[in-house]
Ligand binder design. Sequence first.
Ligand SMILES: [Zn+2]
Length: 385
Amino acid sequence: MTEKLYYEDAYIKEFSANIISINECERGYDTVLDRTAFFPEEGGQSADGGKISGIEVLDVYEEDSVVHHILKSRPEISHVQCELDFNTRFEKMQLHTAEHILCGIIHRLFGLENVGFHLGTDEVTFDISGVLTREELDRVEDLANEAVFANIRVDVSFPTSEEAEKISYRSKLDLKENIRLVKIGEVDTCACCAPHVAYTGEIGMIKILDFAKHKGGLRIIMSAGRRAVADYRIKYANLRRISALLSEPQHTTADALEKYVADTEALRTAHKQIKIKLAEVKAKGISESEGNALYLLDGFGYDELRAFANIAVKSVGGILLALSDCGEGYSYVIASEKENLSVLIKEANAKLSGRGGGRPNMVQGSFNASLSEIASYFDTDIITL
Ligand SMILES: [Zn+2]
């Protein structure tokens, strides 16, 4: 059984220990110490990083009360100096304690349970057993930050099972003994084995970022402390740019952007209508021809090519091809008042690496072939409009 230094003192950054065993494994060297301050991956929280005897710690896990450290290489000595990546550990302490506060308040106000927690390198989420509104979560967030401002002491205790029976606390597991209770004033009491900050003031800001329905309850994305500051910095820089681009005050950018998107959509629709009108005008201007005719109309999409073909087909004795460069080959709309195109297009697609189809008198799709190959196949000249 490893002596868990993090149980008593979450602020240990460096410590010395004796190596009990080293076993080579797939990921590196599985090393057991007589005591450790490295918190293993547990309860949704990722393992601590750092160095043991100058060797990188890749992972930490616990099995039967023994903490195993996966090291990148084999330590040469048996009495080792150990160093935690304490910056990351402290961020986790801030986030983890913030999660206790949020869940404690949600439990007290709404009677909901915490049914999941994930504290990774990027996102921090926790799941609750029921659904809350944005307004209710705002209230929870306000109360959580008040608990930070009050700088409440975080007490850790190990009650006996008789003592624990008399205490009301949150717990994900039905533990009967070896209970480690983490009490944050009147805000929360929870059975937990992870490291926490000593006073809530160390957490800094607590922020609920987002939430979504999840398995009959909610999955809440949160941030706190140093990570919340980093998150705010990125989001503020984005908001400042958006505000400058829109020439709008920062607090009204969403309304301004909504209007901008609607205006852009209206312009796009108007532009489309103009292009269709242009296609129709171009179609009315073409000369009568007896055989097949190929028209290249660059910058036109299928809607415009169809509008063109609908009118132009009346001036063409054979098959009318309306083409537009689509990067990889040519988009086509092919029309004819005489030929059955449904049959004809299958052969043309096979010969010109094409795909598409449609009705007997009009088909659309694309050919992955050169313009001259297409013109040659249909035995026609190329007319660029
Ligand atoms: Zn905890």
